[in-house]
Ligand binder design. Sequence first.
Ligand code: IPD
Length: 279
Amino acid sequence: MSDEWQECMDHCVEVAKEAGKMIREALQKDISIMEKSSPVDLVTETDRKVEQLIISSIKEKYPTHSVIGEESVAAGASSVLTDDPTWIIDPIDGTTNFVHRFPFVCVSIGFTVKKEVEFGIVYSCVEDKMYTARKGKGAFCNGVPIKVSGQEDIKQSLVLTEMMFNKNPERFKTMLANVKSILTIPVHGIRSPGSAAINMCLVACGSADAYYHMGIYCWDMAGGAAIIREAGGVIVDISGGPFDLMSRRLIVASTKAIADRIAKEITQFDVGRDDAKVQ
Ligand code: IPD
C-alpha cells in the first residue's frame, strides 16, 4: 500500500508544477476579480481553472479517490472528510496576493487516508519552491531537507498570523486584541505573508517560529500539516489541544513551549467547522 501512496505523491508533485506554471502565466495577463462570501474573500477565473486542472488529472488517474477542493465547495460540493483516500486542494492559496501580484502564492494539496494526512505538498510557484513531506519520511524544499528553528523562547520568536476585515464586530475586535496580546509578550514581531500554506512552510523551514489562525479551511491547512510535522514542528488546535483538520483553526510552532504560550494568550471565537453541514 505504501508504494501506492508514493505514486500518488509523485503524481501530486507533477500536477502542482503544471498548476504553478498556469498561475505564473496568469500573473502576466489581466486578472478579473470576483467576490465570494465578502468583499475581502476573492476568487478569480484562474482559481477555478487551476482547480479543474488538478481535479481532472486526479480523477483520471485515481477515479475511486475523493476530492475536497476550495472552489468546488464554494460551488456547493461537500467538504466532509471520510476514511477514503482524499485529496484536499487549494488551487491558489493566497488569492488576494495573486490579484495584487504580491509574490506569496501557492498550490496546496494534502492527501488523507482514514482521515490522517499521509502526504502534503505546497508549491510556492512565484518563488519556485516545492515543499513536500510524506508521513515518516521527512520534509523537503526543492529536495533539500528542512527543519523548524527549535526556538523555545516566545520572546525570541517571530510569529505569523493573518489579519483581515471581519463583518462580525466582536470577532474583529477579538482578532485585533489577540494580535495586541502576542505583541505585548513581547515577541520579536508579527508578519502576515497572506498564504496559510506558505506560513506553515515558513515555520517548517525555520524562517518563523509560529503561526496561528482562526477561520481558515481544511484546504489551507492539509498540505502544510504534513510539512510542519515532518520538519519536526508541532501543530495543535488554537486551544493547545489536538489538531483537527476540519476545525478551521490551528497553531503551528517550532516547539510545544511556543505553541502552549500562544494558546494561553489567544481568546477564541466561534468559526464553525468545514464539515458543519453533517452535524
Ligand atoms: C486564504 C489565505 C490567507 C488566509 C485566508 C485564507 P485563499 O486562502 O490562506 O492567508 O488569511 O483565511 O482563506 O482564499 O487565498 O485560498
